[in-house]
Design a protein around this ligand. Structure first.
Ligand code: MRU
Length: 344
């Protein structure tokens, strides 16, 4: 089942806030509710956010009562702005909205033709995502050897995409090719996408795994117990700097120090060639309650007065990246050249 799909004139999504305790679908008919769902992480993961936003914009077309193209486009532009503001780091959000808006502006017909073309484009974005992930996974799986133990950060699987996944998709394909793999799953504080979502997916695929707290990665890397690291990305700059879930940078540092290859798996829709370096990537800062609302033995851990910080992403400098896996092949340093080639 896809994590994001269109059914009965509405957008339906797996509610990722409550997994693995409960598996529930939520339905959307209004773009503002989709924007809210992206903010609250009902849907999350860069490609899944992009597809959700594309369908959200298609919904805005049906919400608008305008019969004139000019008025409809004005309503759509306002809806696109609302959706775009939901989360700043994953470039797939803006990329998908721009794609659907371009189609809306290019239609030669009446307002209903524009609505139909937008929905069609959103569906195309969703379908392409699955196909791209499978191609990317084939390229990436070639990097995995039989018997490898790999560290994976956050959740980059079917849930984070429309289906199959990016970094987890690589692991899944290698597993289907018959390679024996063991996955050390970073629990990924503070939202625990690893412990909750990646572990839940790996259970279903029958891939052996163990959850580790994020601060254990260095220990296992130094002990020579890990052959590769695979992560996703929310935005990768033209020089190969990789923004991804908070904690990725520390993992990359520890991998580099121990000579363990570090591979971001990144669809070209996540590569932002307009940004020369990762310093220019906007980093989302989320509610500190996500850090503070944690209990140990039934008690809140932090003092009630405690303040916290909660940057949701960090940037791994290109010098720590061994290679970047894309659907158009594997890009090696110097990334200024190789990323341009794969994007073309
Ligand atoms: O905050 P999230 O859960 O949306 O962050 C997700 C990640 O950081 C993933 O690694 C990234 O989106 C790539 S996954 C296909």
């Amino acid at each position: 089942m896809r994590s994001v799909f269109w059914e009965d004139n509405q957008l339906r999504m797996i509610d990722q806030r409550i997994l693995p305790a409960r598996f529930e679908l939520v339905s959307f008919r209004r773009h503002a509710d989709v924007a809210q769902a992206i903010k609250e992480m009902v849907v999350r993961g860069a490609p899944a956010i992009g597809a959700a936003a594309a369908f959200g914009l298609a919904l805005a077309g049906y919400e608008s009562a305008s019969s004139s193209i000019r008025d409809l486009l004005a309503d759509l532009q306002a809806a696109a702005n609302t959706l775009r503001a939901a989360r700043p780091t994953a470039v797939n959000l803006a990329w998908a909205l721009d794609r659907v808006m371009r189609v809306a502006y290019s239609v030669n017909g009446n307002a209903d033709d524009v609505r139909a073309a937008m929905l069609n484009e959103a569906q195309k974005i969703a379908d392409e995502d699955v196909e791209i992930n499978k191609r990317m996974a084939e390229h990436g799986a070639a990097l995995i050897n039989d018997g490898d133990t790999v560290i994976h950060h956050c959740n980059t699987g079917a849930l984070a995409t429309v289906d199959w996944g990016t970094a987890l998709g690589v692991i899944r394909t290698a597993h289907e090719q018959g390679k024996r793999i063991h996955v050390l799953v970073d629990e990924t504080r503070p939202r625990l996408q690893g412990a909750r979502l990646t572990a839940w997916e790996l259970e279903q695929y029958g891939i052996p795994y163990e959850i580790i707290s994020d601060n254990m990665a260095g220990y296992f890397l130094k002990a020579g117990k890990v052959q590769k690291c695979f992560v996703g990305s929310d935005r990768t700059a033209a020089n190969g700097d990789v923004a991804n879930k908070i904690g990725t940078y520390m993992l990359a540092l520890a991998a580099f120090d121990n000579g363990v290859p570090f591979y971001p798996v990144v669809p070209t829709s996540t590569i932002d060639l307009s940004l020369a370096s990762g310093d220019l990537i906007p980093i989302e800062e989320r509610n500190p309650d996500e850090v503070l609302d944690i209990q140990f033995k039934g008690e809140r851990v932090a003092p009630v007065e405690a303040q916290a910080r909660n940057p949701a992403f960090d940037v791994t400098p290109a010098r720590l990246v061994t290679a970047i896996v894309t659907e158009n092949g594997i890009a090696y340093p110097p990334f200024e050249e190789s990323l341009r080639k794969v994007v073309k």
